[in-house]
Design a protein around this ligand. Structure first.
Ligand code: SF4
Length: 64
């Protein structure tokens, strides 16, 4: 799986970082960035939860 954030949609709410800080981080631009583009299996559930919780559906998951 490869998580991707569409920063044209992201509003910087931080919910993805709260849900899976190993993968999503709010950086200096105030928007979410993916810091781990190939998370291990143990993080798949959290990554999917982050995608589900994003209020603007800015997170997509490639390769599954
Ligand atoms: S949950 Fe969505 S809108 Fe909120 S910071 Fe993450 S990517 Fe951006």
């Amino acid at each position: 799986m490869k998580p991707v954030v569409d920063r044209d949609l992201c509003i910087g709410c931080g919910l993805c970082q709260d849900t899976c800080p190993e993968v999503f981080v709010i950086e200096d631009d105030g928007l979410a960035h993916v810091i781990n583009e190939s998370p291990g299996h143990e993080l798949y559930g959290q990554v999917r939860d982050a995608a589900d919780i994003c209020p603007v559906e800015a997170i997509s998951i490639v390769g599954e």
